[in-house]
Design a protein around this ligand. Sequence first.
Ligand SMILES: [Zn+2]
Ligand SMILES: [Zn+2]
Length: 245
Amino acid sequence: MPDTLEARNPTWSRDELILTLDLYFRFKGNPPGKTSKDIVELSELLNKMGALISDRKADFRNPNGVYMKVMNFRRFDPTYISQGKKGLQRGGKLEEDVWRDFAADPHKLSETANAIRLIVNKGEIPEASEEEDEEFAEAEEGRILTRIHRSRERSRKLVENKKASVVKANGHLKCEACSFDFEVTYGERGKSFIEAHHVKPVHTLAAGEKTKLEDLVLLCSNCHRIVHTQRPWLTVEELRQLIKD
Ligand SMILES: [Zn+2]
Ligand SMILES: [Zn+2]
């Protein structure tokens, strides 16, 4: 990798900004200094996460940079804006998005940050699936929890169990949003074909927790794709409403 500014200080990811905003909220906008335990711990966590998901150098987020990033959130904070203080003005659009997605819901923010922390500390981040592309929007909760969502709903054994239980109960497999039945349209080739979508809120997906059959709904490929094309992902209820309208 060339020693450019980008290589030395790569753009902050949504996951990193969630963890950073969580620290900002824990200290109510008054984070401890650069050498404090909390800033150093966050720097270590980000370094570990970077090494796990994007081959970053072991020290790519030093405590100095982490502290600056935490302070960067002040420019969105009404408490500081109202006092006429401006905070640091540098920083990207994603910071603003993450502030908007989470500032009104500190509980969700801390749950999301805890879930990411847990997974990184365990070192169990699922591999990226082929959907990690432009048409598949990363969840508000970031890349790691998005991968957990995908790995749960693509678990072959789980999906087979879900399909078997639905066939047993209803005698057929239909999309739970639009009622599309692959077998009716495609005959034998469509038999038992359908996708599973995990409906539990992404921030509650901590590593190791078992997925229950009720956590999955069956969707046709079109409907499932539509759920995930934009952030925030649609709920199944919103998807049904969209089809009805
Ligand atoms: Zn459908
Ligand atoms: Zn899904």
